[in-house]
Design a protein around this ligand. Sequence first.
Ligand SMILES: [Zn+2]
Length: 361
Amino acid sequence: MTTRSTRFLDRIRPDSIVDMHVHMLSLVEEEGNYISKELQSGVVYQYLMRNLGLANRSNREREHHYVHKLKLCVMDDEPPDLAVLLALDWVYDDQGERDKGRSHLVVSNDTVLRVCREHPEFLPAASVNPQRRDAFDELERMAEAGAVALKVLPNLQGFDPANPAYRPFWRRLAELGLPLLSHTGYEHALPSISDDYGDPRRLIPALEEGCTVIAAHCAAAGTFHAVEYFDHFTGMLPRYPRLYGDISGFASPIRRTYVEPMLGNSLRRRRVLVGSDFPIPCLPMVFLKELGLSKARELAFDPNPLRRNARLFRALGADDEVLQRAARVLLGLDQPPAADAGAAEADAPAAPRPRSRRFRS
Ligand SMILES: [Zn+2]
């Protein structure tokens, strides 16, 4: 039986401020990274290449440049103290074989591990699609190597987290004590196979098997979607004390209105983890009304995007307890109060309802 290595967990103190949601990018193919031609010709990719200064470089140089930039962001004296680097597994077919035709972006576990071994500022989040034939072996391998969490993106990776066949996988994840960070809500930056898989209620089997689950983006829909998954997520919180939500990507026009509903409610606030979703831009100016012009401008001109994100959420009301929660969850130290089970929030998942045309975000 595998024993989970704590070699990376040992980098975290209970009062560390950890950026829970930072994407690793690498195009180094020999290590199993991949980006589809379709994605390479899209606007998101072109924007990132230009904005990150990665255009006109070799793939190795791009990776080096990206990691170096991130490292400088974390090495800064101010928070965050550490950043969780996210891998992204392939799409797999019904037989559990790799489906290259439906995969658009892959960041290999080996790349994330290597970068985290080389740089003490980072913590590796492995990605294992439970649909892959060797899902258990890869999970065990990554636990043994010291992964601090498991990241999945069901919309893009084309699997339904509620599939009963995955229950043993979730059980093993819970036994290993690895938190599951799962994208929830709609996918805006990459081509989805099915946005139905972003419904947080599909994570109930993983919660029932004992996993600590972090719903990335709190299932916030953003604007003009038929179903508001955020209501499903908040409805689940009283019933599932091991369910959390990260507010990464909330400093944007499409998710800005969800900050107050998360931080301004005592039950929800106790489940918030902070992340940046880098390289997705963090835009303090969308909080002009809340912060006032001078504070919003000051933050907008902070050249360090991870620090900008942490400072922004602090200015919006995230105190040390909220900012340190990611560290405590990763260390297995966060114990939600038992009172949450009887808390006032409606615990039945809300029925899907059409969204109003009102500009919600
Ligand atoms: Zn993300």
